[in-house]
Ligand binder design. Structure first.
Ligand code: ADP
Ligand code: MG
Length: 262
């Protein structure tokens, strides 16, 4: 079965807060498709990514998130991840004393054990082979796996570690959120090239970005504009180019009533 992520009439807010941030999001992503989610700062893009992964800061008030037909709303973040959802920028913390290789082996073993409690996990030779193969494909230096996770990693190295994680865990659906602070151009390129290499017809992607520039490196099949907590327009790649030229002003005018009601 090919993977599908379905977001239906999703309403969410910060736990206990009054105002809704997501105000009825609808979006379906199928394996083989790259969707770009654009929109001005504060429109709710990162909130959507967080709600998809089950960040407990946010509460869902209404609507559904279905992954392969099953609701993920009651799943913990690690269950969602084991089910095949992957949120990049998910592990920004440094874990001193744990190498990237150890971390990845542990993640693989956790998955294997979740599927089969009797599993002994991946053998060292098998794991070594897998890592070598993935790192070669991604053009990552072999010494990189021996580094302590995120300890003194540059921005680019953090991205490289995430892309490697993606390659090893083979998620069915990846959600990439370009943080507001903005990645430097190198880091952005690493992520984009990684996604391009890993993308296949068994994997779907939601690429969240404020700027068009990420889309110079990743070619989306669909582009959506988020505004005041809703997707207000969807189209093909040409929509991203149009936004690059015209900015978000026309959405501001068109959806003023919705913004004021918020
Ligand atoms: P975007 O990623 O599109 O820039 P965000 O999802 O980060 O937008 O934010 C949408 C709105 O929700 C903003 O007004 C932001 O201040 C608010 N918001 C998001 N997360 C939190 C939070 N944890 N606490 C308080 N407000 C938040
Ligand atoms: Mg954001």
């Amino acid at each position: 079965m090919t993977a599908t992520l379905e977001i239906r009439n999703l309403h969410a807010r910060v736990e206990g807060a009054e105002t809704e941030i997501l105000r009825g999001v609808n979006l379906t992503i199928r394996a083989g498709e790259i969707h770009a989610l654009m929109g001005p700062n504060g429109s709710g893009k990162s909130t959507l990514a967080n709600v998809l992964m089950g960040n407990p800061t946010y509460e869902v008030l209404e609507g559904e998130i279905l992954f392969n037909g099953e609701s993920v709303l009651e799943m913990e973040p690690d269950e969602r991840s084991r089910a095949g959802l992957f949120l990049a920028f998910q592990y920004p913390v440094a874990i001193p004393g744990v190498t990237l290789a150890n971390f990845l082996r542990h993640a693989i073993n956790a998955r294997m054990k979740a599927k089969d409690p009797d599993s002994k996990g991946i053998s060292i030779p098998e794991f070594t082979k897998l890592m070598r193969q993935k790192m070669q494909m991604l053009g990552i230096d072999s010494t990189f796996a021996g580094r302590y996770l995120n300890d003194g990693f540059s921005g680019g190295e953090k991205k490289r570690a995430e892309v490697l994680q993606m390659a090893v865990l083979e998620p069915q659906m990846v959600i990439l959120d370009e943080t507001d602070s903005g990645l430097d151009i190198d880091a952005l390129r690493i992520v984009a090239e990684g996604v391009n290499k890993l993308m296949n017809d068994q994997m779907g992607a939601l690429v969240i970005t404020h700027y068009q520039r990420l889309l110079n490196h990743i070619k989306p099949h669909f582009v959506h504009v988020m505004f005041a907590g809703r997707i207000v327009e969807s189209g093909g790649p040409e929509l991203a180019l149009q936004l690059e030229e015209q900015g978000y002003e026309r959405f501001r005018t068109k959806h003023l009533a919705a913004i004021e009601a918020n």
